[in-house]
Ligand binder design. Structure first.
Ligand code: ZN
Length: 380
């Protein structure tokens, strides 16, 4: 695929009105497959009839030109509410975002323009991985996000937002839009481009922007098929191995994404010391490149019963009872957030997940959970 890709910010724009599908490629500059796929998408769209809008944006232009993940700051770890607002008010944040300040500013401007124009917005961020992998989706666990990917039959990984700060799509999702990241395969694999393209077509249909023929749909589904072992499976992230900039992390060779691992299995070395798997489960996004904020994740399958139960419970007002539990309180003037004192609360984190809450951060020793599901009665 070569390195060094010079592209314009807007890779394509077609159609008008709602719904709007907003696609990103190259938010990481060493992942050009998404950009190539989006260029192809607009060639293939041609003058096809659309019921809605399709917009494709390139992410990190400097990093794409150099063929590196990021120049100074990872553009998929900087999307905090506060930074989005200051960039809007003050202009590009050169002091804190350095080489990525202009990209952040331009993307922020485009996103706000689209948010102003479209109520029904679907955002999809195209990525690739350093390890070999079947295609998969990561998303914030809301019922709307789950429903959107159900028909696509690719493995789904829930809960990434508890472990990463500032991914682009979490920020968009907090505004109530369907938002997900699609990882199509290894960075330099040409099949990654084909899978991105197939996913984009199926997503356009799922959003209601295009109608596919049965043959077209079957062809795209076949391109995406992860194989019987992973097809339609849902996983939850149980652990992230964080890395600091000075860490020397070397993953043992030969792991594919989603490979099963045993508890105690030696997975890597960190600063010349062995790292053993903390759980039995599956390895997720093992790091086989120099740059990255985590060495690997561990995931476990989520049982269909659990997914069905949470879908039922989240449609009821049961979550409103959580503040009655000892050690759990609602934040003042904030209907969506709960503060939990782990020294007092007996409720396991999974109970909060079940009812649509995700860990957002810490306030001293206490945990802050945010409810991800929309709740019009509470005004968001
Ligand atoms: Zn990426």
């Amino acid at each position: 695929m070569g390195t060094g890709l010079r592209v314009e910010r807007v890779l394509g724009r077609a159609g008008a009105g709602d719904p709007c599908v907003l696609l990103f490629g190259g938010v990481h500059g060493n992942e050009p497959a998404g950009v190539f796929a989006l260029q192809r998408l607009f060639q293939e769209l041609g003058d096809r009839k659309l019921t809605g809008t399709v917009v494709a944006l390139a992410g990190n232009l400097n990093a794409l030109a150099r063929g590196v993940r990021a120049v100074d700051r990872d553009l998929n770890r900087v999307w905090t509410e506060d930074r989005v607002r200051r960039d809007r008010d003050e202009g590009p944040l050169h002091a804190e975002l350095a080489a990525e300040a202009e990209d952040f500013h331009a993307l922020n401007r485009h996103i706000h323009e689209l948010l102003g124009r479209h109520r029904d917005l679907y955002a999809i961020d195209l990525h690739t991985t350093s390890a070999p992998t079947a295609a998969f989706v990561t998303l914030n666990d809301t019922l709307a996000n789950r429903a959107f990917v159900r028909g696509l039959k690719v493995p789904v990984v829930l809960g990434i937002e508890e472990h990463l700060r500032g991914p682009l799509l979490s920020w968009l999702m907090e505004r109530g839009h369907v938002a997900l990241a699609f990882e199509s395969g290894q960075h330099a694999d040409t099949a990654s481009v084909e899978r991105h393209l197939a996913f984009a077509w199926l997503a356009l249909e799922e959003a209601g922007v295009v109608a596919l023929s049965r043959e077209e749909r079957r062809k795209h589904q076949a391109t995406l098929d992860p194989g019987s072992e992973l097809r339609g499976r849902v996983f939850d992230i149980r652990l992230r191995l964080p890395l600091r900039g000075s860490d020397r992390f070397v993953m043992k060779p030969g792991y594919r994404n989603f490979d099963p691992v045993r508890k105690g299995e030696e997975l890597a070395t960190l600063n010349e010391r062995p790292v053993r798997s903390q759980y039995g489960g599956r390895i997720f996004m093992p790091l086989y490149q120099a740059m990255g904020g985590e060495g690997y994740f561990l995931v476990r399958p989520v049982h269909g019963f659990w997914l069905a139960l949470s879908a039922v419970l989240r449609r009821t007002p049961v979550h409103g009872l959580l503040p009655l539990l000892p050690g759990v309180e609602r934040l003042p003037d904030d209907a969506r957030r709960l503060r939990v004192d782990p020294a007092v609360a007996r409720a396991p984190i999974r109970l909060f997940h079940l009812l649509g809450y995700r860990l957002e951060g810490h306030e001293g020793t206490r945990l802050v959970f945010i409810r991800r599901e929309r709740d019009p009665r509470r005004g968001w």
